[in-house]
Design a binder for this molecule. Sequence first.
Ligand code: ADP
Ligand code: MG
Length: 554
Amino acid sequence: MIGQGQVPVIILKEGTQRSKGQDAQKNNIMAAGIVADTIKSTLGPKGMDKMLVDSLGDILISNDGATLLDEIDVQHPAAKMIVQVAKAQDMETGDGTTSSVVITGELLKKGADLLDKKIHASLIVEGYKAASKKAQEILENLAKTLEPFQEDNNLLFQIAITSLHSKSVHAAKELMAKIAVDSVKKVADIEEDTYVVDLDNIKILQKTGKSLVDSKLIEGVIVDKEVVHTSMPKTVKDAKILLLNQNIEVQKGEWDREIRINDPLEMKSFLDNEEQILQEMVDQIVASGANVVVCQKGIDDMAQYFMAKENILAIRRVKKSDMEKLTRATGGKIVTNLKDASAEDLGSAGVVEEIKIADDDHVFIRKCKNPKSVSIILYGATKYVTDEAERSLHDALSVVRNVVEDKTYLPGGGAIFTELSLKINEFADEFKDKRQLAVKSFADALLSIPSTLAENAGIDPLDILNELRAAHAEGKAYHGIDLFQNGKITDMLEVGIIEPLRVVSQAIKSASESSILILRIDDVIIARSERPAMPPGGMPPGMGGMGGMPPGMM
Ligand code: ADP
Ligand code: MG
């Protein structure tokens, strides 16, 4: 309280919101919990999709955790942190986003119960940290290994299929899984005795028309552009490709000044001059030895005509990302000034040809110097279908990449979480103080995965958990729920429900880190949002000097 004659100490700006202690903790936990609950129902093969409609009326149908959270406009700071969990999970592993958020939500709920029991947040945090570390150790021990290029493909295929089980690509699941495995294997690079997979070398092209089962994998790069001039060749074998980032046009700037021409002869020479500049540019292309030009910018009509006469195939306004793919695939360098173009800069490919896909012309660059570049054409009846198919394929490609790079995988269907829960519960007994309760809560929180998988399939989670626990107590560490056999508890390795260690490990890591972060917060200060805009070079009205009313104290 402010005593008489004392001047109030003003720290926070007017309108700042602040909540402290238990209030802040409870608020944060509640907000994060709401976000987790929102996407919980999408988990697993029997999870539902969500339809989001944005302020412009655009529709998104998905059951992908990261995509959904990205679209939902979350306001609360703690809820925003949950969105970050999903993003991090997606960035690191490409799958497991819903799982990581569900676990975070559960860790926070259990954390709130512990706070209610008057256990201090710092003890909860310590318990969670210890449990999370232990979990990583147990995971490493339980993980199975594979040699991606030695054993038969089946394991990689099963890993891809498991990630697709929970997607709406139904009919095309097998095909998608096969495409994912084949393309990752094609682009994998060997470095010492490990593989490195850069998913940027896989281009996905969506096409509406036909159906998902017509989708296919094509070696090489497909550019979504047509050959610029009708008299250019439609196919070039032994292509020498110039990748150009410059207009093949006469620079506009040169004509910006006013030019007065009185004499018709002068006019002719003026146009001839323009023609000559273009001809020189084309001559430079010819001199470099190129027979294909892939241009990131524009190509003048006249230049197109000159190039056609030289039997050069050209495409223009090619996307930057495609240019980059082409540098990798063809071994060419991007030239920014035609004057510098030389034979050394050219890329090479066995064949460049124009091919129609679903009524649109595309240029295929195949049999490239470096074959580690592939394209996938995804067909689907509507854009909603192809959009969700691309997201699903992204997950499948990512899980295959993870396993090719790490060579480790684990059983799915809640098996690993049940086993972890059991082991961490035993580990809890090593603690003789209140941290024991936190470690036990952590163990319980992990059961949210099998329990949600069952719940989303309309199966009583309590029954399932009892059965699962009983199986694991008997040492059946890889037993999980097979939701394609009505929730039968069985060995996940046998039925091929498997997923990368990287996905599970990261999900637990990010869930515990972010719940710890949220639990440690006991003071939330939110600045007033509708602050008057700062006029250029000055203070907003009412903020200068000492003239304002003192803000209310909190
Ligand atoms: P996430 O965003 O976390 O990847 P998903 O909706 O993709 O969420 O669901 C993944 C979960 O579904 C994993 O725990 C995986 O083991 C499980 N799963 C996949 N296929 C099956 C199946 N046939 N039976 C039971 N669980 C499955
Ligand atoms: Mg998934």
